[in-house]
Design a protein around this ligand. Sequence first.
Ligand code: ATP
Ligand code: ZN
Length: 224
Amino acid sequence: MTIARDRLRVAVQKSGRLAETSLSLLRRAGLSFRASRDRLFLYGENLPIDVLLVRDDDIPGLLMEGSCELGIVGRNVLAEQRLTALPGTDAPAERLALGFGGCRLSLAVTDGGPITVPAQLDGLRIATSYPGLLADWLAVNGIRAEIVVLSGSVEIAPRLGKADAICDLVSSGATLAANQLHELVAILHSEAVLAASPHPLGSAKAEQVERLCARIEGAQSSDG
Ligand code: ATP
Ligand code: ZN
C-alpha cells in the first residue's frame, strides 16, 4: 500500500552526465527549488513538485514502486529495465524525449582484429552492462554469443582476455579509440527521457503530470 502524497515527485540523477541538464530543464520549465539539508530532495517552492536526487540506475525501480511519478533517465536504462523486469510486471513508460544526453549502445571490437561484421560474433563472448538489450538484439539478429555481464570498465574487457567484443554506451567514440576499439553497429539510440510510473494516478496528479509535461515541452521549444 502506498501512502497518499499530494505533491508530485520527480527522480533525477544526483551527479553524473544527466544531473545538471535535468535540473536546468526543470528550472527552465518554471520550477524553483530549495535543497533539503541532506541533499536528497529539492523541494519545489512555487509548485507542488519535489525532486528526488538518486543514482540513475535506481530511477526505474522508484517509478515501478510508485515512490516517484516521473523520472529523468537515459532511454538505455529504461529499456534495459523493461527487458530484465519480471514477467507480468508493468514497466515505466517513456513520456517525452528530452534531447540531451545523446549516446548509443554499440557493439565494438578490437582495431585490426578479425571481426568485421556482427555475424562473426557467433560463438564468441561479448562483455556488457546491458545484458537485456544485448540478448534481445542478438536474438533478433540470430547471433548466438555468450554475454559476459560487467558492471563497469567494460571497455578494458577485450584487453584482459575476458571478452572478444563489447557492447557499451558510446558518444564521441574517444573512450573506444583510447582502448583500441571501434564500433561495429549501434543497437540502441539513446537520450535522456522523461519516464512515467506505471501506477495509475488520481485525476489531480494526472493533471499535474500533464501540466509539467507541457511546461517541459514549452522549455524545450524555446531552446532554439
Ligand atoms: P550514477 O552514479 O547515477 O549511477 P552512471 O555512472 O551510471 O551514474 P553516467 O555516466 O552519469 O551514469 O551516465 C548517465 C547516462 O548518460 C547514461 O545512462 C546515458 O544515457 C547517458 N550518456 C550519454 N553519453 C554517454 C557516454 N558517452 N557514456 C555513458 N553514458 C552516456
Ligand atoms: Zn548508473
